[in-house]
Structures are given as C-alpha cells and as structure tokens.
Design a protein around this ligand. Structure first.
Ligand SMILES: C[S@@+](CC[C@H](N)C(=O)[O-])C[C@H]1O[C@@H](n2cnc3c(N)ncnc32)[C@H](O)[C@@H]1O
Length: 326
C-alpha cells in the first residue's frame, strides 16, 4: 500500500470540477487519482514510468467507467504524447512504497535484493553505476545528489571493493558503506548513498525540471500545477522554476551570469506564495510525510519563451548542479 501524501491539501489546491480533465503525473498506487475520480465526475489520465502499476490502473478504469486511463511514460514527455489541454497536473515526486518495499526492485538497504533502483524497466541499473563509473563521477553523484559529506571515502571503498568482487546486491553495497563510514546514531550510513544512486539512475532532478516545463505546455489558461516534493534538492528546483515563471528573476548559476538577462514571461501566478506542509496528524500516521512540501501555481494565458528550453542542459547537468547546490 502507498499512503497518498497531503491528500486533503492536494484536493483543495486542485480546485476539482465535474467534467474537468486532470493529469496525475506520478500515478503510483493511484491514491490521488482515485480521490479525484470519486470527488467529481471528472476524467483523469495517470502517467507512470513503472509498468508494475498496470493492475491498479485497470482496477480504477473499470471502477470509474473508463473515466480513468493510464499512459506508461516519463512525465517529462507529457507534452509529446498528444494529450489534450488539461485543467491540472499533479506531480508527487519520488518512489512509491510499493517500489521501496519490494526487495527485487533494489531500492532499499533494509532488504537484500539485486542492486537495481530503476523505476522503469530500461536503462542502466545502480549496479552498473557502482561497478563501472569512474571514481570522480561516483564522488560527484554522492556529493551532489546525496549531499554526502564523506563522498570521497565512500567512492574509495566502492572502487577497492569492486576490484575484488562485483557489487551486485543492496546488501553488498550497504555493508561496504557501513564498514567504511561506520554507524553514528539512528540513520543508516548508506541512506544518502542510496538516495544519490536512485536520483542518478532515474535522472530524477532532470525529469523534475523537464516535467515542469512539459506541464507548462499542456495546461489550459487557469489550469493548476501542483508539485509535492520530499527533499531540498527537489524543492529548490520547483521553487526556482516557479519564481522564474511567476515573473521573478533567478540566477541558475553564479557561473553563468548571462542567464539573468533572459526575460521572463509570466506563465504562472502563485497559487499560494508559501510552501504548504502536512498537518501534525498526518505526520503521526505516516512519518514519511514529514518532509513533504506542496507548492502550486495557476497557469496564465502567456506562451512560454522558446529560449527557456536553452537553459535545460545547464540546469540539470551534474557539473552545473554541483555549482548550483554549493
Ligand atoms: C510517490 S509515488 C506516487 C504515489 C501516488 N501519488 C499515490 O497516491 O499512490 C511516485 C510514482 O511516480 C512514478 N514516477 C517517478 N518519476 C517519474 C517520472 N519521471 N515519470 C513518470 N513516473 C514517475 C514512480 O514510478 C512512482 O510510481
């Protein structure tokens, strides 16, 4: 089961209407989709890059008389799959409990399984990354995506272990990291390393930025963009995207000052300026929700600048991220 995070706040910000068309861009276990379908006579299109959500999608489609349909895709592609213009897009970033809890998906150091971590079925796995990437890349991944202070020590340990034996399981990697960094307090020392690899393997931050740009293109004027994030790396991307698109000027990198000269088109107005956080009761019931943040904005009728696409590689490249997050 996956507990839908901040559901009452998401429903309120969606401003659901009968006959509205909504995109649940991170379908998962369909907690949001089902709540929308049961609240109004609306239609919902679910997106997910993980084919394992099919059965649940089929269940919703039958239960709600085809008012629901699923498209297997990355949400960064939502403007390229012939969607009609929609009334809202919601993105609940990250992995689902179903993905983390299945040992064979390789997301968790708590369960031994193949070191996989892919949300979809294609692309390189976490085992490919730790066994094949050069030292400098591993250091950068751990430092930037894991905000790991001991990125060099962790990468050193991986390089020397893999010379002796292929690192094939989550347990192999967790043991190497625990032996190297030691245990200090309640948090497992491999937590940040696993987070970093997951973000890297699934290009989660690049997907997020591209997903925001794609959502901007499929929303009707007056349509709503909602994003729930779980850590500061993600929230910073959403915050800076919305600041820029609501008319503010932000510097993506202090090393690329000319980006400041790109004129902003106000494609959104703030739904609420400040971030929305879960209620205490929800955090008590579902501790995973404690770091959740919801931001939302309302689409204007302005066309996004074509030139803004140019910023994309700079925003998401690992080198650029390193400067951005210093
Ligand atoms: C946190 S769960 C969403 C849970 C959902 N809101 C619910 O109530 O059940 C995130 C889901 O989004 C999917 N996902 C993550 N990144 C994605 C991307 N870039 N494109 C499409 N799906 C993605 C994951 O596979 C996962 O199933």
């Amino acid at each position: 089961m996956h507990y839908p995070v901040m559901l009452p706040e998401v429903i309120a910000a969606m401003d659901l209407k009968d006959s509205g068309l909504y995109v649940d861009a991170t379908f998962g276990n369909g907690g949001y989709s089902e709540a929308f379908l049961s609240a109004k006579m609306c239609n919902v299109i679910g997106l997910d890059r993980d084919p394992n959500v099919y059965n649940r999608a089929e269940e919703l489609s039958v239960k709600y008389n085809n008012r629901f349909s699923l498209i297997e895709t990355k949400f960064s592609e939502m403007d390229r799959i012939d969607l009609p213009m929609v009334d809202a897009v919601v993105m609940d970033i990250g992995v689902s409990s179903m993905q983390i809890d299945r040992a064979d998906r390789g997301f968790s150091f708590m369960r031994s399984g193949p070191l996989d971590m892919r949300m979809s079925t294609s692309g390189a796995s976490a085992a490919d990354a730790v066994n094949l990437l050069p030292y400098d890349d591993l250091v950068k991944i751990f430092k930037v995506y894991g905000e790991e202070k001991h990125s060099r020590r962790a990468a050193d340990a991986i390089i020397s272990s893999r010379q002796a034996k292929y690192i094939g399981t989550t347990a192999d990697l967790a043991t190497i990291i625990e032996k190297t960094l030691g245990r200090n307090g309640k948090i497992h020392p491999a937590t940040r390393i696993f987070q970093a690899l997951r973000i890297f393997i699934n290009d989660e931050l690049g997907e997020l930025y591209k997903g925001l740009c794609a959502a901007e293109r499929v929303l009707k004027p007056g349509g709503r963009l909602l994003v729930v994030t779980f850590h500061s790396l993600e929230d910073r991307i959403v915050k800076s995207f919305l600041r820029r698109r609501t008319g503010g000027m932000v510097s993506v990198s202090r090393y690329v000052p000319e980006q400041k000269k790109v004129a902003n088109v106000q494609t959104f107005i703030d739904g609420k300026r400040s971030v929305i956080k879960p209620q205490k009761d929800e955090i008590k019931e579902n501790p995973r929700s404690r770091s959740a943040k919801l931001r939302y904005a309302i689409r204007t009728d302005k066309t996004p600048l074509k030139a803004d696409d140019r910023l994309l590689p700079d925003v998401i490249g690992l080198d650029e991220m390193e400067n951005y997050y210093e």
